[in-house]
Design a protein. Structure first.
Length: 282
């Protein structure tokens, strides 16, 4: 295995990352000769470790929490979507330089539209949270032409600031959680960490109708608070972000290897694995 074929994911912690499993399946499917492994990297070591990885012949990296913001400063060039997001989740070697990309928004859009068959154009969207996760998905979502996107956050000022930053791309509004309005939304996306803490943002039930699709960017058994709340509120579908994870990985893989793998069987394998873990209590 040559150095040119080395890939990995930098995060802290990173032990539970599904990325090695996903990219291993992608590599076998497309006949790519590459290795991919996780690297647990402390924030203080992050710049040095990234530079060392590429200096030693590495070809590409995925970047996960808590390094996505810091990664922006290490890229010699940013793609347009990474610049919009002000966050990087993918590094790719380009000659002697490092290209920074952000595939999160494209991964979400692919899952919503291709895998789930949702229509975003002319629909009303509510996004919960005004942090980095929301910033990463806004531009691709606005590119689909929704009627409006409301960003709701605990502090209204942060939501308003984020809405203003993307106002040139579409109809946006920033509010606090209590002021999302009385009319139901077509799609509600949870981009907060509420699911992991078990605390739901105070969203009025009127935001949900029997036609509303609710989607949590988080996934896994420990991230069930939002989908449980959404199902209890009577939404049409309550979904977790496992499909987004697979689709953003496929976008990274295409950037690295020039071929986009099929995602359906990988998503099916992960879904079966998750169901098995739930059944075994693990």
């Amino acid at each position: 295995m040559s150095d040119a074929d080395r890939y990995g994911v930098f995060g802290h912690p990173v032990g539970h990352s599904l990325s090695p499993f996903i990219h291993g399946m992608f590599a076998r499917q497309t006949g790519q000769h590459m290795s991919y492994r996780p690297y647990d990297v402390l924030p203080a070591e992050f710049p040095q470790r990234v530079r060392a990885f590429f200096a030693e012949g590495g070809s590409g990296l995925n970047i996960t929490l808590p390094h996505k913001i810091a990664a922006v400063e290490l890229a010699a060039e940013l793609t347009e979507r990474a610049a919009h997001a002000a966050a990087v989740n993918t590094f790719a070697r380009q000659g002697d330089a490092i290209l920074g990309d952000n595939t999160d928004g494209a991964g979400l859009v692919n899952d919503l539209c291709d895998n789930l068959g949702l229509v975003i154009t002319n629909r009303r969207l509510l996004i919960l949270g005004a942090g980095g996760a929301t910033r990463g998905i806004l531009a691709p979502l606005l590119g689909l032409g929704p009627a409006t996107v409301v960003i709701a956050n605990r502090t209204r000022e942060r939501a308003e600031s984020l809405a203003a930053a993307f106002a040139d791309l579409g109809a946006l509004q920033g509010v606090d959680f209590e002021h999302v309005g009385e009319a139901p939304f077509d799609l509600v996306i949870n981009a907060t960490s509420a699911s992991l803490s078990g605390e739901m943002p105070p969203i009025p039930p009127s935001a949900i109708s029997p036609e509303t699709v609710c989607y949590d960017l988080a996934y896994g058994r420990s991230a069930s608070a939002f989908v449980n709340w959404a199902a209890g509120a009577g939404c049409a579908r309550a979904l977790q972000g496992l499909g987004m994870l697979v689709e953003q990985a496929a976008e990274s893989f295409r950037l690295w290897r020039g071929v986009r793998p099929e995602t359906a069987h990988v998503l099916a394998a992960l879904t079966a694995r998750a169901a098995s873990a739930r059944g075994n209590g693990g």
